[in-house]
Design a protein around this ligand. Structure first.
Ligand code: KIV
Length: 263
């Protein structure tokens, strides 16, 4: 299993880091057999697996169930668990309870969104032995504050603000930062200024690594194709072919065969 030090070394030796989201046991088992560097149990689970319009309905318990399933399926991978909406914006005691619950599922780090108001808590977690991943740019938990799922950091003021937040997250002790939906020039600037690795999603090619939602990159959701997503396979078509095959074999009475039946 890779560690936070391997990710830093990868950045230093200019090797890219690959990361995918994962929410369940069977896909975790597949990712465990792959060469992928790390897994994120993202709060996007609320949208991808539960059909919500935003990530806001994700709860600590929901995240914990999914983290546990993924950890059991991918024992050889470095796994980050997302802290859901508002779970780290309460009292220190409540925030720590949320992190404790997520860490006890077996994940190796937590991720939280934004810098403002989180820096002391991040330092506290890092000093308590919890690796923390930051997340800047389009931070989906702030979707209503941002006025929608929009590219961030377009103006030079916004770019300076995001860069300063990235530097503050690094200083607070984050081991890595996700940069979501920001212009490539900003991602390049941040990546060059930071000693810790940046992981991009919709942030161009210069970040130290890339992350995508597993279902998006497998083309399992053909209706969803934002600019930054590539369908590496047409998963929906492949799955439908398998399902149609089963259906046809069943109605044609060619499944199950004798070999697939008990005497
Ligand atoms: O929740 C999530 O899946 C994420 C990634 C898109 C970075 O935060």
């Amino acid at each position: 299993m890779k560690t936070i030090f391997d990710f830093k070394k990868k950045k230093e030796s200019k090797q890219k880091i690959s990361m995918l989201t994962c929410y369940d046991h069977w896909s975790a088992k597949i990712l465990n057999k792959s060469s992928i560097d790390a897994i994120l149990v993202g709060d996007s689970v609320a949208m991808v697996m539960y059909g919500h319009q935003t990530t806001l309905p994700a709860t600590v318990e929901m995240m914990a169930y999914h983290c546990e399933a993924v950890c059991k399926g991918a024992p050889d991978k470095f796994i980050v668990g997302d802290l859901p909406f508002l779970s780290y914006r309460s009292s220190l005691e409540e925030n720590i309870k949320a992190v404790h619950r997520i860490m006890q599922t077996g994940v190796h780090a937590v991720k939280l969104e934004g810098a403002h108001g989180n820096l002391d808590f991040i330092s506290h977690l890092v000093q308590s032995g919890v690796p923390v991943m930051g997340h800047l740019g389009l931070t989906p938990q702030s979707v209503f504050q941002l006025g929608g799922f929009k590219v961030q950091g377009k103006s030079s003021e916004a770019q300076t603000e995001i860069l300063n937040q990235a530097l503050a997250l690094e200083k607070a002790g984050c081991f890595s930062i996700v940069l979501e939906c920001v212009p490539s020039n900003l991602a390049t600037l941040i990546t060059n200024k930071l000693a810790i690795p940046t992981i991009g999603i919709g942030a161009g090619a210069s970040t130290d690594g890339q992350i995508l939602v597993l279902q998006d990159m497998l083309g399992l959701n053909s209706d969803f194709k934002p600019k930054f997503v590539r369908h590496f396979i047409n998963g929906e078509k492949i799955l439908l072919e398998g399902i149609e095959f089963f259906h046809n074999e069943t109605i044609n009475q060619t499944f199950p065969s004798n070999k697939e039946s008990f005497e």
